[in-house]
Design a protein around this ligand. Structure first.
Ligand SMILES: [Zn+2]
Length: 228
């Protein structure tokens, strides 16, 4: 299966590269993704992703920064947060971002039955579709935790499993400077950058974002969405 990124601000050739970025990894602990394909395709792009929202405290602030820089991103939202703050999900989609599935209640899917995995994914699909008019094509399992059941259920539901390749652990609040440097020191063409707009105090993430984006732009990167 292939994934179709929205490419409003990116160069051509990305489409074929995305397949390698979006992988159902065999090992639950593995999070690294190959970055070479996008580079080989001539595209110097990165993919900003925001997990665990929508959050009334932080999602609007993230959207403001993204809009200021004209950058689009991918939001892996939690279904119960969508249900609690549906207008925020609408707002994210209306601003051209990709809204994707991060399960209903953020469980470790490896600990659930196949039927329960299905329920987590389907209920979140419904909530997102109701606000965006689009059914998510991608699933990011909480904690990056996947096993055979998760992979097979995701495939049966038509979902690509999307993890990440750059993780600054912003959720642990290491400081704005640490978030910034962990991203900028590790990014390369095709990187999928994991950040969070929900699940706790994300003020450091919001504060780090302008410098991350402006530095990447200065390095010649474009920004694309996943799973559009
Ligand atoms: Zn999460």
């Amino acid at each position: 299966m292939s994934v179709r990124p929205r490419r409003r601000r990116t160069v051509g050739g990305i489409r074929t590269a995305i397949g390698a970025l979006v992988v159902a990894l065999a090992a639950a602990s593995a999070v690294a993704l190959p970055a070479a394909p996008a580079e080989a395709a001539g595209a110097k792009v990165v993919y900003l992703t925001f997990d665990d929202g929508p959050s009334p405290a932080y999602t609007p602030k993230v959207l403001t920064v993204l809009a200021r820089y004209g950058v689009r991103a991918t939001f892996f939202q939690i279904g119960q947060n969508v249900a609690a703050h549906p207008s925020l999900t609408s707002q994210v989609a209306e601003q051209g971002h990709s809204v994707q599935n991060h399960t209903w209640s953020h469980p470790d899917l490896r600990k659930l039955s196949g039927a329960a995995v299905d329920s987590q994914v389907r209920s979140t699909d419904r909530a997102i579709r109701a606000r965006t008019g689009r059914t998510p094509t991608c699933l990011r399992p909480p904690y990056g935790a996947v096993n055979g059941t998760v992979r097979s259920r995701a495939a049966a539901l038509g979902k690509q499993v999307v993890l990440w390749s750059v993780d600054p652990a912003d959720w642990s609040r290491p400081g704005t400077a640490a978030i910034r440097s962990r991203v900028l020191d590790n990014v390369r063409p095709g990187s999928v950058i994991l950040l969070h707009d929900g699940g706790g105090d994300r003020s450091q993430t919001v504060a780090a974002l302008p410098a991350i984006i402006s530095t990447l732009k200065a390095r010649g990167y474009g920004f694309a969405t996943l799973c559009g």
